[in-house]
Design a binder for this molecule. Structure first.
Ligand SMILES: Nc1ncnc2c1ncn2[C@@H]1O[C@H](COP(=O)(O)OP(=O)(O)OP(=O)(O)O)[C@@H](O)[C@H]1O
Ligand SMILES: [Mg+2]
Length: 196
Protein backbone atom coordinates (compact mmCIF):
# COMPACT_ATOMS: atom_id res chain seq x y z
CA UNK A 1 0.00 0.00 0.00
CA UNK A 2 1.47 3.36 -1.08
CA UNK A 3 0.60 6.34 1.09
CA UNK A 4 0.51 9.75 -0.51
CA UNK A 5 -0.52 12.66 1.65
CA UNK A 6 -2.36 15.81 0.64
CA UNK A 7 -2.48 19.20 2.38
CA UNK A 8 -3.89 19.05 5.90
CA UNK A 9 -3.39 15.30 6.35
CA UNK A 10 -1.47 13.56 9.12
CA UNK A 11 0.96 10.85 7.96
CA UNK A 12 0.83 7.43 9.69
CA UNK A 13 3.90 5.89 11.30
CA UNK A 14 5.00 2.29 10.54
CA UNK A 15 3.21 0.79 13.53
CA UNK A 16 -0.03 2.57 12.62
CA UNK A 17 0.28 1.37 9.01
CA UNK A 18 0.51 -2.20 10.28
CA UNK A 19 -2.94 -1.67 11.78
CA UNK A 20 -4.53 -1.87 8.33
CA UNK A 21 -6.93 -4.84 8.45
CA UNK A 22 -7.94 -5.49 4.80
CA UNK A 23 -5.36 -6.26 2.13
CA UNK A 24 -5.62 -3.11 0.05
CA UNK A 25 -3.26 -2.00 -2.70
CA UNK A 26 -4.22 1.52 -3.71
CA UNK A 27 -5.24 4.71 -1.93
CA UNK A 28 -8.52 4.62 -3.92
CA UNK A 29 -9.28 1.15 -2.51
CA UNK A 30 -8.54 2.41 0.99
CA UNK A 31 -10.75 5.50 0.55
CA UNK A 32 -13.60 3.35 -0.78
CA UNK A 33 -13.23 0.81 2.03
CA UNK A 34 -13.19 3.55 4.66
CA UNK A 35 -16.16 5.26 3.04
CA UNK A 36 -18.25 2.09 3.22
CA UNK A 37 -17.40 1.66 6.90
CA UNK A 38 -18.25 5.33 7.55
CA UNK A 39 -21.65 5.02 5.87
CA UNK A 40 -22.46 2.05 8.08
CA UNK A 41 -21.45 4.09 11.15
CA UNK A 42 -23.58 7.04 10.04
CA UNK A 43 -26.65 4.80 9.80
CA UNK A 44 -25.89 3.32 13.21
CA UNK A 45 -25.42 6.64 14.96
CA UNK A 46 -28.34 8.46 13.35
CA UNK A 47 -30.77 5.64 14.22
CA UNK A 48 -29.42 5.07 17.70
CA UNK A 49 -32.45 6.09 19.74
CA UNK A 50 -30.75 5.12 23.02
CA UNK A 51 -28.05 7.78 22.51
CA UNK A 52 -29.06 10.52 24.90
CA UNK A 53 -28.21 14.20 24.62
CA UNK A 54 -25.84 13.73 27.54
CA UNK A 55 -24.03 10.76 25.95
CA UNK A 56 -22.81 12.93 23.07
CA UNK A 57 -20.45 14.81 25.40
CA UNK A 58 -18.54 11.78 26.62
CA UNK A 59 -15.14 10.33 25.80
CA UNK A 60 -16.82 6.93 25.53
CA UNK A 61 -19.16 8.07 22.75
CA UNK A 62 -16.41 9.82 20.76
CA UNK A 63 -14.17 6.74 20.87
CA UNK A 64 -17.05 4.42 20.08
CA UNK A 65 -18.06 6.50 17.07
CA UNK A 66 -14.50 6.39 15.68
CA UNK A 67 -14.47 2.61 16.20
CA UNK A 68 -17.76 2.32 14.33
CA UNK A 69 -16.44 4.49 11.49
CA UNK A 70 -13.04 2.83 11.00
CA UNK A 71 -13.17 -0.50 12.88
CA UNK A 72 -13.32 -2.64 9.70
CA UNK A 73 -10.25 -0.88 8.32
CA UNK A 74 -7.84 -0.03 11.16
CA UNK A 75 -7.03 -2.11 14.26
CA UNK A 76 -6.43 1.07 16.25
CA UNK A 77 -9.85 2.54 15.45
CA UNK A 78 -11.47 3.95 18.57
CA UNK A 79 -8.18 4.35 20.46
CA UNK A 80 -6.27 7.55 21.15
CA UNK A 81 -3.21 8.52 19.11
CA UNK A 82 0.06 7.33 20.67
CA UNK A 83 2.40 9.33 18.42
CA UNK A 84 2.83 13.04 17.79
CA UNK A 85 1.73 14.46 14.42
CA UNK A 86 2.18 17.62 12.40
CA UNK A 87 -1.37 18.59 13.49
CA UNK A 88 -2.68 18.28 17.03
CA UNK A 89 -1.55 18.60 20.64
CA UNK A 90 1.23 16.58 22.22
CA UNK A 91 -0.04 13.00 22.61
CA UNK A 92 0.27 13.27 26.40
CA UNK A 93 -2.16 16.20 26.47
CA UNK A 94 -4.95 14.56 24.41
CA UNK A 95 -7.12 13.38 27.31
CA UNK A 96 -6.90 16.59 29.36
CA UNK A 97 -7.55 18.76 26.29
CA UNK A 98 -10.50 16.58 25.34
CA UNK A 99 -12.04 16.85 28.80
CA UNK A 100 -11.53 20.60 28.74
CA UNK A 101 -13.40 20.70 25.41
CA UNK A 102 -16.23 18.48 26.69
CA UNK A 103 -16.62 20.82 29.67
CA UNK A 104 -16.61 23.89 27.43
CA UNK A 105 -19.24 22.34 25.17
CA UNK A 106 -21.57 21.60 28.09
CA UNK A 107 -21.14 25.17 29.31
CA UNK A 108 -21.93 26.62 25.85
CA UNK A 109 -25.00 24.42 25.67
CA UNK A 110 -26.26 25.31 29.13
CA UNK A 111 -25.74 29.04 28.59
CA UNK A 112 -26.87 29.02 24.95
CA UNK A 113 -23.60 30.73 24.03
CA UNK A 114 -23.98 29.78 20.36
CA UNK A 115 -26.73 28.57 18.03
CA UNK A 116 -26.51 24.74 17.92
CA UNK A 117 -25.02 24.55 14.42
CA UNK A 118 -22.29 27.07 15.33
CA UNK A 119 -21.56 25.11 18.50
CA UNK A 120 -21.27 21.92 16.40
CA UNK A 121 -18.82 23.54 13.94
CA UNK A 122 -16.69 25.00 16.73
CA UNK A 123 -16.72 21.66 18.57
CA UNK A 124 -15.56 19.96 15.33
CA UNK A 125 -12.70 22.44 14.93
CA UNK A 126 -11.56 22.00 18.54
CA UNK A 127 -11.66 18.21 18.08
CA UNK A 128 -9.50 18.21 14.92
CA UNK A 129 -7.13 20.67 16.58
CA UNK A 130 -6.59 18.21 19.44
CA UNK A 131 -6.40 15.33 16.90
CA UNK A 132 -7.51 12.36 18.98
CA UNK A 133 -6.63 9.59 16.52
CA UNK A 134 -3.82 8.49 14.18
CA UNK A 135 -6.18 9.07 11.22
CA UNK A 136 -9.81 9.81 10.45
CA UNK A 137 -9.94 12.89 12.69
CA UNK A 138 -11.55 15.16 10.10
CA UNK A 139 -14.27 12.74 9.09
CA UNK A 140 -14.93 11.76 12.71
CA UNK A 141 -15.19 15.38 13.89
CA UNK A 142 -17.53 16.30 11.02
CA UNK A 143 -19.77 13.36 11.87
CA UNK A 144 -19.75 14.43 15.52
CA UNK A 145 -20.93 17.86 14.42
CA UNK A 146 -23.69 16.23 12.34
CA UNK A 147 -24.76 14.17 15.37
CA UNK A 148 -24.88 17.28 17.60
CA UNK A 149 -27.07 19.09 15.08
CA UNK A 150 -29.36 16.07 14.75
CA UNK A 151 -29.69 15.49 18.52
CA UNK A 152 -30.25 19.14 19.41
CA UNK A 153 -32.36 20.08 16.38
CA UNK A 154 -29.86 22.53 14.95
CA UNK A 155 -29.59 23.76 11.39
CA UNK A 156 -28.24 20.90 9.22
CA UNK A 157 -24.63 21.26 8.04
CA UNK A 158 -23.67 20.64 4.41
CA UNK A 159 -19.82 20.92 4.49
CA UNK A 160 -19.55 22.47 1.05
CA UNK A 161 -21.85 19.77 -0.35
CA UNK A 162 -19.71 16.79 0.63
CA UNK A 163 -18.69 15.88 4.17
CA UNK A 164 -16.13 13.32 2.92
CA UNK A 165 -13.68 16.04 1.76
CA UNK A 166 -10.86 13.56 1.18
CA UNK A 167 -10.06 14.60 -2.42
CA UNK A 168 -7.37 17.26 -2.96
CA UNK A 169 -9.77 19.60 -4.76
CA UNK A 170 -10.95 23.18 -4.43
CA UNK A 171 -13.53 22.25 -1.79
CA UNK A 172 -10.87 20.76 0.46
CA UNK A 173 -8.56 23.74 -0.09
CA UNK A 174 -11.35 26.05 1.11
CA UNK A 175 -12.06 23.80 4.09
CA UNK A 176 -8.40 23.68 5.19
CA UNK A 177 -8.03 27.45 4.72
CA UNK A 178 -11.13 28.00 6.87
CA UNK A 179 -9.69 25.71 9.58
CA UNK A 180 -6.49 27.76 9.59
CA UNK A 181 -8.54 30.93 10.11
CA UNK A 182 -10.32 29.17 12.97
CA UNK A 183 -6.91 28.22 14.44
CA UNK A 184 -6.25 31.93 14.92
CA UNK A 185 -9.72 32.67 16.27
CA UNK A 186 -11.68 33.69 13.16
CA UNK A 187 -14.57 31.22 12.89
CA UNK A 188 -16.57 33.05 10.20
CA UNK A 189 -15.03 31.28 7.14
CA UNK A 190 -15.49 27.85 8.73
CA UNK A 191 -19.08 28.57 9.80
CA UNK A 192 -19.85 29.79 6.27
CA UNK A 193 -18.16 26.77 4.71
CA UNK A 194 -20.03 24.27 6.88
CA UNK A 195 -23.34 25.80 5.76
CA UNK A 196 -22.41 26.09 2.07
N1 LIG B 1 -4.68 23.81 10.34
C1 LIG B 1 -5.58 22.95 10.79
N2 LIG B 1 -6.24 23.21 11.94
C2 LIG B 1 -7.14 22.37 12.44
N3 LIG B 1 -7.47 21.21 11.84
C3 LIG B 1 -6.86 20.87 10.72
C4 LIG B 1 -5.88 21.72 10.11
N4 LIG B 1 -5.46 21.12 8.98
C5 LIG B 1 -6.15 19.97 8.87
N5 LIG B 1 -6.99 19.81 9.89
C6 LIG B 1 -7.95 18.70 10.10
O1 LIG B 1 -7.27 17.50 10.15
C7 LIG B 1 -7.89 16.56 9.28
C8 LIG B 1 -6.84 15.59 8.79
O2 LIG B 1 -6.63 14.66 9.80
P1 LIG B 1 -6.87 13.12 9.53
O3 LIG B 1 -6.06 12.67 8.37
O4 LIG B 1 -6.73 12.40 10.81
O5 LIG B 1 -8.43 13.14 9.14
P2 LIG B 1 -9.18 12.34 8.01
O6 LIG B 1 -10.58 12.20 8.36
O7 LIG B 1 -8.41 11.08 7.71
O8 LIG B 1 -9.19 13.35 6.85
P3 LIG B 1 -8.26 13.52 5.64
O9 LIG B 1 -9.13 13.18 4.51
O10 LIG B 1 -7.96 14.96 5.73
O11 LIG B 1 -7.09 12.60 5.80
C9 LIG B 1 -8.51 17.39 8.18
O12 LIG B 1 -9.60 16.75 7.56
C10 LIG B 1 -8.97 18.59 8.99
O13 LIG B 1 -10.23 18.36 9.60
MG1 LIG C 1 -6.45 11.10 6.85
Amino acid sequence: MQYHYIAGQTPLDEEEKRGLIPNLITREDLNAFEQENILEARQWVMQKTTLSKLDVWTEKFLLNLHKRMFGHVWKWAGTFRKTNKNIGVDRLCIITELHQLLGDAQYWLEHQTYPISDLAVIFHHRLVKIHLFPNGNGRHARMCADVIVAKFNGEKLSWGGNSNLTKPDDLRTRYIAALRDADVGDYQPLLAFARS
